[in-house]
Design a protein around this ligand. Structure first.
Ligand SMILES: [Cu+2]
Length: 119
């Protein structure tokens, strides 16, 4: 019984040290890895309407409307993207693998445009 009481504080100290080490690693890894940008689909607009990104970055498209469905897509020479129908609150992701300028449109709202500039 006395052995158990002695071991508990030691285990707790080890756990705290491990968590501290992981927290210290987090920001360093984030700065080296790709970026995730949130784009809102709301009121028949993309917000923002222009995005500057690097290859490997990811866009998360979020339908911020209460009632509208959106359907983001890209038709480019080198690749195509189709998010499918996104109901209110739903998300879709797109990872950018090709450099260049591309326009993300909406299959339901023709005036919705988001220009992405990928380096
Ligand atoms: Cu739309």
């Amino acid at each position: 019984m006395s052995i158990c009481n002695l071991r508990r504080p030691l285990l707790r100290g080890t756990t705290i040290a491990l968590v501290t080490a992981l927290l210290a690693l987090g920001p360093a890894q984030a700065s080296l890895s790709s970026v995730v940008r949130i784009v809102l689909q709301k009121g028949r607009h993309y917000d923002p309407t222009d995005l500057f990104l690097r290859q490997g970055d990811t866009i998360t498209l979020v339908n911020g409307d209460d009632n509208s469905v959106h359907h983001a897509f890209i038709e480019a020479d080198r690749f195509a993207y189709d998010a499918g129908d996104q109901g209110p609150g739903e998300q879709a992701t797109l990872t950018l693998k090709e450099p260049g300028d591309f326009i993300i449109r909406c299959g339901i709202h023709p005036k919705m445009k988001l220009t992405i500039h990928v380096q």
